[in-house]
Design a protein around this ligand. Sequence first.
Ligand SMILES: [Zn+2]
Ligand SMILES: [Zn+2]
Length: 212
Amino acid sequence: MKAVIIPVTPFQQNCSVLWCEETNKAAVVDPGGEIERIEAAIAEQGVEVEKIMLTHGHIDHAGGAADLSEKLGVPIEGPHLEDTFLIEKLHEQGAQFGVEGGKPFTPTRWLEQGDEVAVGNLNFEVRFCPGHTPGHIIFFEPVSRIAFVGDVLFQGSIGRTDFPRGDHDTLLKSIREQLWPLGDDVTFVPGHGSASTLGHERQTNPFVREGA
Ligand SMILES: [Zn+2]
Ligand SMILES: [Zn+2]
């Protein structure tokens, strides 16, 4: 797998364009906005986008999904059905946070624990990780050992839980039961900030380290 990260929106959300090197087929993870910049990255890499993948329904992650889906003629996969209330209110989220776009949509495919998402010859495992939002999912590719985790876990921090239907204990449970078992060597791309490994966070992250 190869990937480039394009920080988008005033929240500097890590939109990823990832692709299968064998087939040149690609996906865009969390196109929160500034879709011209995302399209430029796609053109620069010369890859063929076949789908959009969403971790959750917040504006900085999902705000550009409807427009990009229409422009590229590709389906939207994810997040989990429990984030419907956020996607229906994308426009209001945009107005609230001063982010342009935010067109509501219905995903082509809702995802849940155990589902698989194919991109070329890559196969992503879906893990249901509620807490930051009730319908948050992450995407794990077991061959390259890379996970796209949205706002579940960050380098040195974890997702906020003070938004509607956020829950701190549920988030900690998701990290312990769905992320740690993937393995210490797994590299993850968070929704904001630098990439890290699960092992590094399990040992040093003050919010979730072992014994914390
Ligand atoms: Zn979020
Ligand atoms: Zn975010």
